[in-house]
Design a protein around this ligand. Structure first.
Ligand SMILES: NC(=O)c1ccc[n+]([C@@H]2O[C@H](COP(=O)([O-])OP(=O)(O)OC[C@H]3O[C@@H](n4cnc5c(N)ncnc54)[C@H](OP(=O)(O)O)[C@@H]3O)[C@@H](O)[C@H]2O)c1
Ligand SMILES: *[C@@H]1O[C@H](CO)[C@@H](O)[C@H](O)[C@H]1NC(C)=O
Ligand SMILES: *[C@@H]1O[C@H](CO)[C@@H](O)[C@H](O)[C@H]1NC(C)=O
Ligand SMILES: *[C@@H]1O[C@H](CO)[C@@H](O)[C@H](O)[C@H]1NC(C)=O
Ligand SMILES: CC(=O)N[C@H]1CO[C@H](CO)[C@@H](O)[C@@H]1O
Length: 347
């Protein structure tokens, strides 16, 4: 205690001597106050978003007024949950994925349960051919679409060094996660803009991102890059469409149970698709865990706290996070290779 008092007295003595020193002290003090204030505001905003605010009201996007929501990769996992939860909010739907039989089952169930109109289209989005985009345009043209959910994603096999990544896998990642998302958004966005203008409601373009895009991830380099690409693209588009009454949002997720993640049991850090989607739709337009990012949401509470803590401490681009991540994926790769070896022996 006396040490501090002594120090302050000495500093004051120096301060009396030097105007510059005084100004510097005030600057440091002001900087500290600013940092502390923004930290407190971000923390409060996080708590309000996650635990206190009521669900977003979808009537601003035309819920219950015959408006349509287009969902890609809608026959399973997260996409299928988006379909159910948007139907419950009284949106008509356009559902796109490869497997027609799965789409037909969902169509019947949703039409029966919620009395909404459901159109389905089977296309393989990894085959980047103009016919397929024409097919999508034909289904969507003339419909009053206000919401697009860019959800499609295909599972990567196992963590792999970039130099050993096969060209096909590399191209598929970029085609499915990037090119298709861009082209489908280019088809649907003009429809959303004109529907929003003519029916005085807002539009929404929601894209599924991933923690792999948030945190550069060694051994998933191409995939990690493809997801950061979506972050940059989505936020830039958000700026372009702001005056057109269209909200553009990127949803960030750590693992969710699904056939893609090959995880069946939900846990504290790994929700099932239903809980993940309900937290996304409840808070769309708010940031939750992504407090430092505009037009981005980390919706699920445990993912949100994880994102917030990394960002407020070492930062997502730090060397520390990068090397922890490298070790983690190296061990996943070793285990996956061993498993493949065992299965090869069995056959
Ligand atoms: N699960 C996770 O841990 C996790 C974590 C972060 C982000 N995400 C993101 O969440 C999104 C959905 O993931 P999910 O876990 O729900 O995946 P999922 O359960 O594997 O479902 C993928 C959906 O996409 C469709 N699909 C896959 N390839 C397609 C293609 N080439 N053309 C058309 N449709 C295709 C599938 O239907 P068909 O088989 O009928 O085509 C299925 O409906 C993805 O964007 C993913 O990046 C997931
Ligand atoms: C949502 O907003 C609409 C119109 O602004 C209003 O009529 C409706 O009651 C609201 N719904 C809820 C659940 O607050
Ligand atoms: C998508 O393209 C493939 C390959 O050209 C074609 O066989 C298929 O019929 C197309 N799908 C639709 C729905 O048009
Ligand atoms: C490592 O990367 C993955 C993305 O694949 C991410 O979900 C995870 O949070 C990262 N872990 C750490 C400790 O940074
Ligand atoms: C082909 C491919 O690997 N696509 C990636 C698309 O995004 C999902 C989830 O973010 C990844 O799991 C896939 O690896």
């Amino acid at each position: 205690m006396t040490l501090i008092v002594n120090l302050v007295e000495q500093l004051q003595a120096v301060g009396r001597r030097s105007e510059l020193f005084n100004i510097s002290l005030w600057c440091i003090f002001g900087f500290g106050v600013l940092k502390a204030t923004t930290f407190i505001l971000r923390t409060l905003s996080l708590i309000f978003d996650l635990f206190l605010l009521p669900s977003v009201n979808y009537s601003k996007y035309g819920a219950g007024k015959g408006k349509y929501c287009v969902i890609t990769g809608a026959s399973d996992g997260i996409g299928k949950e988006f379909a159910f939860q948007m139907a419950r909010r009284h949106f008509n739907l356009v559902l796109i994925s490869r497997t027609l039989s799965k789409l037909e089952t969902i169509q019947k169930e949703l039409q029966g349960k919620f009395g909404v109109e459901v159109k389905i289209l089977s296309v393989d989005i990894s085959r980047d051919v103009p016919e397929n985009y024409t097919a999508i345009r034909e289904v969507c043209e003339g419909l009053p679409i206000t919401v697009l959910i860019n959800n499609v994603g295909q599972s990567h096999s196992i963590p792999v060094p970039f130099l050993a990544t096969e060209e096909k896998e590399l191209r598929d990642i970029i085609t499915i996660n990037n090119t298709a998302t861009l082209l489908i958004s280019q088809l649907i966005t003009p429809i959303i803009v004109s529907t929003a203008a003519s029916s005085k409601c807002r539009g929404l373009i929601l894209t599924m991102g991933s923690f792999a895009g948030l945190i550069p991830t060694p051994l998933l380099a191409t995939y990690s890059g493809s997801k950061s690409f979506l972050q940059g693209w989505s936020n830039a588009l958000a700026g372009e469409l702001r005056d057109k009454n269209v909200d553009v949002e990127l949803a960030l997720s750590y693992l969710v149970t699904s056939s893609m993640s090959k995880i069946r049991r939900a846990s504290l850090m790994i929700p099932n698709a239903k809980n993940f989607v309900s937290s996304t739709l409840k808070n769309v337009g708010r940031r939750c865990g992504a407090q430092e990012r505009f037009s981005t949401i980390t919706p699920y509470w445990s993912h949100a706290l994880y994102h917030f803590i990394i960002e407020e401490t070492v930062g997502v681009y730090s060397k520390l996070v990068n090397s922890i991540n490298y070790t983690m994926h190296k061990s996943i790769r070793v285990r996956a290779l061993r498993k493949a070896e065992r299965e090869a022996k069995k056959d």
